[in-house]
Design a binder for this molecule. Structure first.
Ligand SMILES: [Zn+2]
Ligand SMILES: [Zn+2]
Length: 194
């Protein structure tokens, strides 16, 4: 059974996807790269804005086998909060304590490929953290800190803070060995070579 599957939806180079997997693998062992979907979920595109509904990507991801499925897309996402207020865009979205998550690379572009990858991996870990029942963290350096601007993503150090690691262990007791790894390593921006 796949622990974590990375599901590309859109157009990405093989090299980029391999780098993302290698980055995520530092924190999420046994991550598998799923075959890329070239077409976006039907009904997802909002014609007025040209943006795509993040929830449709979660729906798509739910259909794949695995404990956690992280969709990665290149289109701009939008969504709504619990009060029905529309977010002008989303870096990502996840089912809290659930299976599916999505990250958009659309607004994570950076001057260097290294910085771009850093943002994508940090957002990926962050959204997977929500699927592991973590809420937002007030520690700006923690991977679970909230971000609606890229500088906030850049401020994250790539690790779960001590408080979040404690919650991870409490909320996911059956996966002790798996999640212990989360507290031992972090995303440092330089993935180990395969
Ligand atoms: Zn979040
Ligand atoms: Zn934290």
């Amino acid at each position: 059974m796949i622990k974590v599957g990375l599901l590309p939806i859109g157009t990405f180079t093989d090299n980029f996807l391999k780098q993302v997997v290698r980055g995520l693998d530092q924190l999420m062992p046994e991550i598998a790269l799923l075959t890329a979907e070239k077409s976006y979920p039907s009904k997802a595109k909002e014609s007025s804005s040209g943006q795509f509904a993040a929830t449709e990507f979660l729906e798509k991801a739910r259909g794949f086998e695995g404990a956690k499925i992280l969709a990665l897309t290149d289109v701009d996402l939008y969504g709504y909060n619990e009060d029905g207020r529309r977010y002008s865009f989303l870096f990502g979205l996840a089912e809290f304590g659930g299976k599916a998550a999505v990250v958009s690379t659309f607004r994570l572009q950076a001057a260097s490929g290294e910085k771009f990858l850093d943002r994508v991996v940090k957002e990926g870990i962050h959204e997977l953290g929500h699927t592991l029942s973590l809420t937002h963290c007030t520690d700006a350096a923690c991977i679970m800190s909230f971000a609606d601007e890229v500088f906030q993503i850049d401020a994250r150090n790539g690790f779960f803070c001590q408080r979040c690691r404690g919650i991870l262990r409490r909320m996911n007791p059956g996966e002790a060995a798996f999640y212990r790894k989360l507290s031992e390593v972090g995303w440092t921006g330089s993935p180990r070579t395969a």
